[in-house]
Design a protein around this ligand. Sequence first.
Ligand SMILES: *Cc1c(COP(=O)(O)O)cnc(C)c1O
Length: 374
Amino acid sequence: MTSFPGLERLVPDYVKSFEVYIPSKPDDELKKLYGCSKLYRLNNNENPLGPPETARRALQAFDPAQASIYPSGDCYHLRRKLGDIFGMRPDQFLAGNGANEVIGFAIKAFCRQGDNIITADKTFAVYEWVARFSGFEARLVPLVDYGFDAPGMIERIDERTKLVFVCNPNNPTGSWWDQRTLRWFLDRVDGRCIVVVDEAYREFVENPDFPDSMALIANYPNLVVFRTFSKMYGLAGLRIGYLAGSKEVVDIIRRTCVVYSVNTLAQVGAFSALDDREHVARTRESVSSGKGFLLKELGLMGLPCVHGEGNFVMTRLPISDSLAYRKMMTRGVMVRTMTGFRFPNWIRITVSHREALEAFAEALSKILREGREF
Ligand SMILES: *Cc1c(COP(=O)(O)O)cnc(C)c1O
C-alpha cells in the first residue's frame, strides 16, 4: 500500500534503479551497537593528525556572530591564495562542498541526454554514481595490474564522451600515472573531451615522476584537476574541495555551481591550512612509518596486499569482508569493506596512527585464528 500512487510516474528509471548509499552510523550509535568502548575509524582515509596548527588556530578564532552572515559565495580569498601557490589566476579555481560536489558540477556542465563518461571499474565510485543517477552512461574500463588502463580508456572514447575521470593516485589501489603517461593520454584525447584527474591524495605523494598537473593545464585546456582539504589537511568534517582548470573550462563549470555551498568555517580552515609547512611533512612521515608497520603485520598474517601512493592499503581476506567487518567492529576497529567496490572480500585500511594500527592488527589476527579453528 502506498499513500502516494502517483509517485511512480514521477521518478525517472535511472533514479528508480539506483541504490541509495548508506553512510555509517555515528560513533556513539556504533559503540552501543557493537558493544565497544573505543572506535578507531580506518574506513575513510582521514588524517589522524587532524588539521594543521594554522587551521586549528584560525577556527578557534572564528567569531560565532559571523555565523549569521552568508559566506563568500566564490571563496574569494581562498582562490586568490591558490592562485599564488600554483602560479595561476584565481578564476582558474572553483571550490565546492567537498571534491564530491565539484564532480557533480563538472558532469552537469558537460553532459546532456545520451552522453557518457569514462572511468575505471575499480576506483572512487562517485564519478560513476553521479553519472548514473543523472541519467548518463558510465563506461567502466577494467583496471590493468591494479592501475588505470590509458590505452583501454582511449579506445572507449566516442563522440558522446564528455568527461574521463582518472583517479590519481587511485583510491583504493594506490596506483598512479606518471607525468609521461598522463601526457601520452592527454595527447591521444586531443581535446575531444574533458580529462579530470582527481588528486585527492596528491599531497601524500613524494615521487618526482608524479605529474605536475597544475602546470599541464597551460598546455591542455581540457584538463581539470580536483583537490580536497579532506585528506591531507584533515578538514573532512568541514566539507571543502576544489577544481582547477583553464579559465574557459572553469567559466563553463561555474555556471552549474550553487553559490554559498561552501560555508565560512570551511573557507577559514582551508585558507589557513595552506600556511602550515610542517603538517604535510609530519603526515607523510607518519603515513610512511604506519604503512611499513601495517604491511609487515599483514605479511605476517600471510595476506596479499595492494598499495601504492596515498594513506591506505588494501588486503584480501580468506573470509567474507562483511563478516570480518562485523567482528572487527566488536573490537572497536572500523575498516572499509570492498565487495561493493568490486573487490570481493578485500578490505581497505586507512594508515592511521600506531595505536589504531596495532588495534587493527590484533583484531584481524584474532579473527583469522578463530576462523581457522572451524
Ligand atoms: C575522499 C575522496 C574524495 C572526496 O573528497 P571530499 O572533498 O571529502 O568530498 C574525492 N576523490 C577521492 C578519490 C577521494 O578518495
